[in-house]
Ligand binder design. Structure first.
Ligand SMILES: Cc1cc2nc3c(=O)[nH]c(=O)nc-3n(C[C@H](O)[C@H](O)[C@H](O)COP(=O)(O)O)c2cc1C
Length: 187
């Protein structure tokens, strides 16, 4: 079976900068041979995570998609210096994989993207890195912090700067390569 990459993130607003970025990175993962799936927080429509409560359709979709994933790409807007509440809430739903085998994100690589209005997108990346570690996953070393996200994408969701397009493509390829190598080394 090929590598399956699940993208998770976006924002509750329409025309999300970080969703554009996530789609471009997922497209690159698909070009590198992976199957891909997008979990857009706007479409998932998740209630605030309450441990032990029945799962909504979006929560079940998230849980099942992540359980199937060999690798993930997360994308958040920077809200007040950190990950947005909507994306952190989606991350909190990974608690539903606590008793999954393997639990949480064990053995999964995660690529990280953040967009900011100003210049501190890297802060949200760093916060997400703590989350990946606590969920027993691996982050890939290339990260894509996108400062001044409002000028980074066209209305059609293409990157304005070829350099950004290239970075997002490299991130998508890297999570696929990392998952392939891990699979090769762990069987
Ligand atoms: C509630 C809120 C808080 C924000 N906080 C910050 C911030 O602390 N620093 C910053 O540079 N941009 C901040 N922004 C701007 C967003 O990070 C930026 O517009 C981002 O590209 C939005 O991504 P999206 O279109 O995917 O939602 C904030 C925006 C909102 C709505």
């Amino acid at each position: 079976m090929g590598i399956h990459v699940v993208g998770m993130g976006g924002s509750l607003g329409r025309d999300s900068d970080c969703l554009h970025a996530l789609r471009l990175a997922l497209n690159a993962a698909a070009s590198a041979g992976a199957s891909t799936e997008l979990l857009d927080v706007r479409e998932l429509d998740l209630p605030l995570y309450l441990h032990g409560s029945p799962l909504s359709p979006g929560a079940i979709q998230l849980r099942e998609a992540v359980a199937r994933a060999d690798a993930m790409i997360w994308a958040t807007p920077l809200y007040h210096g950190t990950v947005s509440g909507a994306v952190k809430n989606a991350i909190d739903y990974l608690e539903t994989l606590a008793k999954h085998e393997p639990p949480y994100l064990t053995g999964r690589f995660v690529g990280l993207i953040a967009t900011a209005g100003g210049y501190q997108a890297l802060q949200a990346i760093n916060t997400m890195e703590y989350c990946v570690r606590s969920l027993r996953g691996f982050t890939v070393p290339l990260v894509v912090p996108i400062d001044r996200g409002w000028q980074a994408f066209t209305a059609e969701g293409q990157a304005v700067e070829p350099r950004l397009q290239q970075q997002l493509a490299q991130l998508g390829e890297l999570v696929v390569q990392s998952a392939n190598r891990y699979r090769g080394s762990s069987t």
